[in-house]
Design a protein around this ligand. Sequence first.
Ligand code: SF4
Length: 370
Amino acid sequence: MIDLVCLGKAFDLQKEIVAKITGIEDSRVVNCKSLNGDLVFLQSDTSINPDLANQKVVVGQKFLDQLYLGDVLLLKPNGFVRILFRVKSNHNSLFVTEMCNSNCLMCSQPPKNADDIDYHYTINEQLINLIPKSTKFLGITGGEPLLLESKFVKLLDDCQNLLPETHIHVLTNGRYFAWPKFVELFNGIDKERIVFGIPLYSDFDENHDFIVQAKNAFNQTILGLHNLGRNEFRIEIRCVLHKLTFERLPRLAEYIYSNLPFVEHIAFMGLEYTGYTPYNSKLLWIEPHAYSTELEQSVLFLNSVGINVSIYNIPLCLLTPSTRKFARNSISDWKKEYLEECIGCSHLNDCGGVFGTSKIQSAYIKAIID
Ligand code: SF4
């Protein structure tokens, strides 16, 4: 997760700095320190405080009251400040590249072609040295993280050494795992503390390949899943729900049960209406209530055969009563919203809300009155 804070104006900042918040004097001045001891001060005011003359300062930051001791920031010479790690969030991730070898129709963060691997790697190597050792969960995401190849293994290794209590969740399309030699690179890591979340959109290869816009992706993904399973890695399968996936959902559930019994978790996920999705709306958009039968059938089947199954990103009012217990509070806190319709809902405290980043919301969101 990379979260934009604000564009301000920087003084004496010659290069990008990754720095942890070490002091908050009041809601107007925040002190940060990098790994190699660089000090940077953030100010809400636009004029430099005379006490900070000749220091590295970024002025005009409007959101200082949303920052906490221990948050880690990326500070740029052009005055941009981004939050890389929030101490109060359970949804922190290392963002490793914007490149991808797929081009999914519903990608919420469309890939870019420029090689940014070394850029993000340098940032993340500093970041993992600055975040608290007590961090429980950390995601790794992109783009496609496996494009980092051996650098990715090194990053994982460093995460596990520096953060001994942290469970890591990697979002990857898994296609590189089709090559057994690639999987072998990961054999030195602590398999208990890592889960690979891999999308599978259909039991039918042509459907999956069309959705991810990559020929042979289905075969590579299935081979990759088997290679991971054979090497006893922990796997989660993810399927985004939309017009191109819902009809075959019960068959996909049966396919997973029959062919991939070693996976430990299946997540069916609501669509985030952003990124490519608005451009592919005719192909993709369907009201969640219109696929509730297929979703219910698939979830109840997987649960009945003992497979751990969850529903992500769909509010409770859009689910049938029998599937509500499978819904998880999955939307990152910085993306989550509740709507006017939620006022008075009996399930407000249990519901994971909706994507605030979605450009449209379901017309069927309505308070549940028990
Ligand atoms: S009305 Fe709002 S709080 Fe209630 S279930 Fe729907 S989205 Fe959730």
